[in-house]
Design a protein around this ligand. Structure first.
Ligand SMILES: Nc1ncnc2c1ncn2[C@@H]1O[C@H](COP(=O)(O)OP(=O)(O)OP(=O)(O)O)[C@@H](O)[C@H]1O
Ligand SMILES: C[C@@](O)(CCOP(=O)(O)OP(=O)(O)O)CC(=O)O
Length: 398
């Protein structure tokens, strides 16, 4: 028997991936880049126990058993089994060689510490964590450095950017077999410690149009999407990476907002159109622009993935001000939960003229909750004491 536990973060793209070049390989039509968020607030934890006494591979997610025959899970298991080495050892110190692995079956138990399938990148953290735990299980790290993001990519595209911390680019790649469609770290999590993110959870329920199906329809029908991939993305990638490296928030923030807007414009340009943002999302966009206008600089920047939830980037010195503005408009009955290290009492009340300029009248409950988080590290190997599996039974711990 061999047992491992790993954790991985979510990530939020600031230049968005939308559209597949090859559906079979899950390669994108354009490169993308994302900020890895801190695992303290949002993470996936995955434990795997491998044993020759188990009858079959099984997987549990958030306490419920899932279909192990899910195509994406199968592709990840198959690819990672191919990368197994002779270096693993079982609980008794006995080596497990690559040739032994076919006789071992896996029990996989995973939890997300945040809502699943609600536009908070659970598939990114989830598939990255499955890969991270399998790297550990098969002791594959030493022999195949840099290869694993290609496996995570086949689970979910955005997952390839969740193995590393900091600022991570997913290179679209040019090879027909997809082997160079990989994620690379641009800057680590310590590079910009002042950069923080406020996540406004507008909806924590499953969305109607999954990213996978939405981007397929966009690719088939939106001319804007092709234009974006050909003419816009590479230019923006170069500019935002330079801004991130230079900690130039104004440029980083402006490109982030413009790219989110263009992604949602391609959704509107899709036929039939896809609407991921709602009235509350648009109120947040309006508020951020009014705030930036009032201070005469880009000090806050929003971005939205395939759902209505906003991620607002700020630098530490402006967090209390931006939080104050958000709470003023969205927490009228002071009941909103803010997860993270931010104390609601330290929010700075917005100036009267800014309040007057912001035309938002949101009912209590418009926001389900908020997270305050920072840029975070990539995958981690956790101690055996943190395993989600009861070794005596091989089943999820109760
Ligand atoms: N911890 C996990 N382990 C394995 N698979 C997971 C895990 N968490 C989520 N998934 C898979 O990802 C699916 C959710 O992906 P989906 O793209 O619909 O939502 P999301 O990732 O939360 O949102 P988005 O990608 O738009 O930010 C789940 O139904 C499940 O199949
Ligand atoms: C809007 C996005 O979040 C889209 C993410 O799409 P997924 O990575 O979930 O799609 P699949 O590869 O089909 O699993 C933008 C991004 O994260 O770059």
């Amino acid at each position: 028997m061999r047992s491992v536990t790993c954790s991985t973060p979510t990530n939020i793209a600031v230049i968005k991936y939308w559209g597949k070049d090859s559906v079979a390989l899950n390669t994108p039509i354009n490169s993308s880049v994302s900020v890895t968020l801190n695992q303290k607030q949002l993470k996936t934890v995955t434990s795997i126990v491998a044993s020759p006494t188990f009858d079959a591979d099984r997987i549990w997610l958030n306490g419920a058993e899932q279909d192990i025959n899910n195509k994406r899970i199968q592709v990840v298991l198959q690819e990672m089994r191919r990368l197994a080495t002779d270096k693993a050892v079982d609980a008794d110190g006995k080596p497990i060689r690559k040739a032994d692995w076919p006789s071992y079956k896996l029990h996989i138990v995973s939890i997300n510490t945040f809502p699943t399938a609600a536009g908070l990148a659970s598939s990114a953290a989830g598939y990255a964590c499955l890969v991270a735990a399998l790297i550990e299980l098969f002791a594959a790290e030493e022999e195949y450095p840099g290869q694993f993001s290609a496996v995570a990519r086949q689970g979910s595209g955005s997952a390839c950017r969740s193995l590393d911390g900091g600022f991570v680019r997913w290179e679209k790649g040019t090879k027909a077999d997809g082997s160079d469609s990989l994620a690379v770290q641009v800057a680590d999590h310590k590079h910009w410690p002042e950069l923080e993110a406020i996540i406004c959870v507008v909806n924590d329920k499953e969305k109607d149009t999954s990213s996978t199906s939405g981007m397929m329809t966009s690719k088939d029908t939106s001319e804007l999407l092709g234009f974006r991939a050909r003419e816009v993305v590479d230019k923006r990638l170069r500019a935002i990476e330079a801004a991130y490296k230079a900690k130039d928030f104004a440029t980083f923030g402006k490109i982030t907002m413009m790219d989110s807007n263009q992604f949602h414009a391609t959704c509107l340009d899709t036929y039939p159109p896809i609407f991921y943002m709602n009235e509350i999302s648009r109120a947040i966009i309006h508020m951020v622009h009014k705030y930036n206008d009032s201070v005469g600089a880009v000090q806050a920047a929003y971005t939205f993935d395939a759902g209505p939830n906003a991620v607002i980037f700020v630098q530490k010195q402006h967090t209390a001000e931006v939080m104050g503005l958000l709470l003023h408009h969205f927490d009228k009955d002071a009941s909103l939960e803010v997860r993270g290290d931010f104390d609601k009492k330290s929010a700075v009340a917005p100036a009267a003229d800014l309040v007057a300029a912001v035309k938002v009248n949101a009912a209590p409950g418009s926001l389900k909750m908020m997270y305050h988080t920072t840029v975070g590290e990539g995958r981690k190997v956790l101690d055996a004491s943190e395993s989600l599996i009861d070794l005596a039974t091989g089943l999820p711990r109760q």
